[in-house]
Design a protein around this ligand. Structure first.
Ligand code: NDP
Ligand code: MG
Length: 392
């Protein structure tokens, strides 16, 4: 029986993960579940999966959760805080950790899982963007296996040659990262000035949490994924091409020196990469329906639009600069996306805030976790100041 901790169990990826696990309950057992605000859902999940521990971030949420669990005679023990998130990620009884907390809050528990040698199913791309070096080193040292959940990276992983450390030795010439283009594909910056939170979160193909939905609309998501790919597959950003493919059927591709291009395809449903990574190197069912190519009928491709989606260009810049530029990019984006979701700034101001924050940053090497945290904190403070100046 594999023992699993699901970080971010109440989110979009968390719920899909529990759906796959429920289909294979004779092979996977839940050790711990974590959540933040959705306490009734977390209580329901505890009643169903009966984990040993449930972790929440603050004391008030913990009190609410304890009361719901007691009412329903659920014996799950409730823990609170970041240290508890790290301890259920690194606990000796745990085999697999699904890292599906959104944003920088996922960094500490993800790093704890990687340092403890777990099989880490990595959805929380922000932790790689912030601390790719530390995470990859921790996994190397402990023997942890990092398996990408992000559909594009999971696709690339599936199309790469097995057991080859250096991609060039395996004959790989390029990684082709698919992008749907988001809800505003084909729009001009002027058209996007007044879009609402609902419009930005209404992704044409995927149903996801709010933050990644807004990132998909600005194309910052693809920028974060570019940096994620560089760390996961040990390539430079010039070895990754972004191809816009509006149907989201081809999840990404790998090009080989002989002209072969391998693609991974499937319906856009995160249960496919989740099931793939859970069972890897085996395969299990996911509940995703079979791909009907005749019904899909056509697959389209185009170049990304860097003019009307400046966030993507900013991510390229951060990837090329290196140092702590990705930390600054990520922190500033998190603050700006939240300000947009709170109605304080407009959609196109997200990229303006990030650009302004990046323009005034003095980049330095973040050689430790505390260095990363310091850069993160400084960039957040700078972005918050910019937002105060420009907000509506
Ligand atoms: P959601 O917003 O749906 O879920 C986020 C999860 O993190 C929830 O369980 C939430 O708790 C929890 N959480 C939020 N803030 C904190 C915090 N400060 N401390 C601890 N836990 C917190 O996000 P998604 O599931 O969409 O995304 C999760 C991660 O996976 C992101 O990094 C995203 O980029 C990545 N990803 C998601 C994809 C998708 O299809 N959704 C695809 C590819 C990658 P609560 O809900 O209880 O408040
Ligand atoms: Mg993705």
């Amino acid at each position: 029986m594999n023992q699993i901790t699901v970080l971010g169990a109440t989110g979009s990826i968390g719920v899909s993960t529990l759906d796959v696990i429920e289909q294979h309950s004779h092979e996977y057992n839940i050790f711990a579940l974590t959540g933040n605000k959705k306490i009734p859902l977390l209580a329901e999940q505890c009643a169903k999966f009966n984990p040993k521990y449930a972790v929440v971030v603050d004391a008030e949420a913990a009190a609410d959760l304890v009361s719901l669990l007691t009412q329903n005679h659920v014996s799950t023990q409730v823990l609170v805080g970041t240290d508890a998130l790290a301890s259920v990620s690194s606990h000796e009884d745990v085999d697999i950790v699904m890292a599906a907390i959104v944003g920088s809050a996922g960094l500490i528990p993800t790093l704890a899982a990687a340092s403890a040698g777990k099989k880490v199913l990595l959805a929380n791309k922000e932790s790689l963007v912030m601390a790719g070096n530390l995470l990859m080193q921790a996994a190397d040292k402990s023997g942890a296996t990092l398996l990408p959940i992000d559909s594009e990276h999971n696709a690339i992983f599936q199309c790469l040659p097995r057991d080859i450390k250096s991609l060039s030795k395996g004959g790989v010439s390029k990684l082709l990262l698919s992008a749907s283009g988001g809800p505003f594909r084909g729009w001009s910056l002027g058209d996007m000035g007044e879009v609402t939170q609902e419009q930005a979160c209404a992704h044409p193909n995927w149903s996801m949490g709010q933050k990644i939905s807004v990132d998909s609309a600005t194309l910052m998501n693809k920028g974060l994924e570019l940096i994620e790919a560089c760390w996961l597959f040990d390539v430079t950003c010039d070895q990754v091409d972004i191809v816009v493919h509006p149907q989201s059927i081809i999840h990404s591709l790998v090009q080989y020196v002989d002209g072969s291009v391998l693609a991974q395809m499937g319906n856009p449903d995160m249960r496919t990469p989740i099931a793939h990574a859970l069972a890897w190197p085996n395969r299990i069912t996911s509940g995703v329906s079979d791909l009907n190519l005749a019904e899909i009928a056509r697959l389209d491709f185009e170049e990304p639009d860097l003019v009307n989606f400046p966030s993507l260009g900013l991510a390229y810049e951060a990837a090329r600069v290196g140092l702590d530029a990705p930390v600054v990019l990520n922190a500033s984006n998190e603050i700006a996306v939240q300000a947009f979701l709170d109605g304080r700034i407009g959609f196109t101001q997200i990229a303006e805030v990030v650009a302004d924050t990046m323009a005034h940053a003095i980049f330095k090497e973040p050689d430790s976790l505390s260095g990363v945290q310091e850069s993160d904190k400084e960039a957040r403070a700078r972005s918050a100041e910019i937002i105060l100046r420009v907000q509506r």
